[in-house]
Design a binder for this molecule. Structure first.
Ligand code: CA
Length: 226
């Protein structure tokens, strides 16, 4: 059973969500404070309400992201928070605004898990051998993993999607619009600064391995470092 970490201080909402998620086959660990959420482990996806009693939700999201690469879906009641979530690098993979239905949450959870989870190793080749090789980097789209010199580089969903998209045509300049359309969901209408933030984290994680070059007035291109 997929374990969902639900961080929500409103017990009525938490109970209805936990019941609903259980009906769809998810195991729910419910925590009502940020500190309890940070102590949790073994979960595969996080549902995080931003309005918590003991901690700023955005700070908690950033903190969780430092410890885990699993998908984080942020729940918020305030539309101005959505702007902040998409505009800043808090590490969330998706967001849902209150009020929401359980089915909407389940659909979002399934969607992020589908993108995040490596598929079972069937078919030709084993994970660890297949994929696109870009210099010292190997990108395994089937398993959604990236290796540098055989060592895995942990990436978030969006970082992987972004890198994977740029690597589809090495050296080609992609416009910001092309990238945003391909990598971000249609409902994610955030400021394009989000793209720059993700480019920044990818550059840091792959420093000295590949070069994500800024193409002035256009967008970005991926180059191999030789
Ligand atoms: Ca709350």
């Amino acid at each position: 059973m997929t374990k969902v970490l639900l961080v929500e201080d409103d017990s009525a909402i938490a109970e209805s969500l936990a019941t609903g998620l259980a009906r769809y086959g998810f195991a729910v660990q419910w925590e009502s404070t940020g500190s309890a959420a940070l102590a949790a482990s073994g979960f595969e996806v996080v549902l995080l309400d931003l309005g918590l009693p003991d901690m700023d939700g955005l700070d908690l999201c950033r903190e969780l992201r430092r410890h885990t690469d699993v998908p984080i879906i942020v729940i918020t009641a305030r539309s101005d928070e959505i702007d902040t979530v998409v505009g800043l690098e808090v590490g969330a993979d998706d967001y849902v605004s209150k009020p929401f239905g359980v089915r909407e949450i389940v659909a979002r959870v399934r969607a992020v898990l589908r993108r995040y989870r490596p598929r079972t190793a069937s078919g030709p080749g084993h994970a660890g051998e297949s994929g696109t090789v870009v210099g010292r980097m190997r990108l395994d789209r089937r398993a959604r993993r990236v290796y540098v010199d055989s060592r895995e580089v942990p990436l978030t969903l969006k970082e992987f999607d972004l890198l994977s998209f740029l690597a589809e045509d090495l050296g080609a300049a992609f416009t910001r619009e092309q990238i945003l359309e391909a990598v971000w969901d249609a409902h994610w209408h955030g400021p394009t600064r989000t793209l720059d933030v993700h480019i920044g984290t990818l550059r840091r994680k792959l420093d000295g391995v590949v070069n994500i070059e800024t193409v002035r007035g256009v967008g970005f291109r991926l180059e191999v470092l030789t």
